[in-house]
Write a protein that binds this ligand. Sequence first.
Ligand code: GLA
Length: 350
Amino acid sequence: MGWNSWNHFAERIDDKTVRAQADAMVESGLKDAGYVYINIDDTWEGQRDLKGWIQPNQKFPNMKALADYVHGKGLKLGIYSSPGAKTCAGYEGSLGHEAQDAETYAEWGIDYLKYDWCQPAGSLEDLKAAYAKMRDALNKTGRPIVLTLCEYGWHKVWEWGAAVGGNQWRTTGDISDQYRAMAEIGFNQNGLEKFAGPGHWNDPDMLEVGNGGMTEDEYRTHFSLWAILAAPLIAGNDLTTMTPYTEAMLADREIIAVDQDPLGKQGFRVAQQGPFEVWMKPMADGSKVVGLFNRQRTSEQMTVRFSEIGIAQAAEIRDLWVKKTLGTFADAFSAYVPAHGVVLVRIQAK
Ligand code: GLA
């Protein structure tokens, strides 16, 4: 769990802004809710010196001091690079300097690296070799650094991402702050559940919650779906200007508990009728979290039958967004689901 600069700030990111986001993460209570990483995405990179050591550009005068500042708040700092000569935004990549860059990150105090392909697809072997090379370089530094593979899901990265050192891997192209784009990515994750687990996660991309392009119900769908998917929760909004609605959503303990459940199971679809999808995530305590997702533009009543989620008896139901235990139900549960919205419940067999 953490925050990343790209979705909101893109290239308008600098030292001052990163510090302000770290401050806001603590002050807003998001740190207490479990968010840890403050991740700088693309456009921090400057030139290499004569010996090939990467320098930050003028937006980041002192990366080590920035890491110290972030660590001083009890948070961790993430950075970004690419295995090619250039990053996606055209800045200096790590090609030919992998060991030097890993050493530099370790020496600055970096805790997380997003390693973004940013080149024509290439062969499976090319991809694997490039990521394994950076994994080896990071391991050699002796500093634990989370490694995120970003190659948009090419060559079924979920099948080999963990073997080349990935702690998580993007399964898709870039998200954007619109319901259609978010839903297309999120609902397409079905089937990838067997590749995720503690230490190696599918990553359907960073959150857009709070960036303004979706309705409240649509953002609730986004956050609920990412929680059911056990996806990395990397906020992508400006933490210094959150509305109370955004802040409450990102900090919601019950939804975060779904995402971060220790069993580490990624949820999946158990039933679908056109735009109505029922998803389920098995939880460590034996309960099942169920999302009734309505992808159409008008509200509709939806039902989950307990037989669809492996429960053969009566069960108690709690509505996780409404924060209300609804009572015991015999063999099914129905609810009105708003347009583009979700009803998220936790179901415990009695
Ligand atoms: C790619 C990635 C994005 C972001 C940009 C930065 O598009 O998929 O998440 O990192 O590059 O240039």
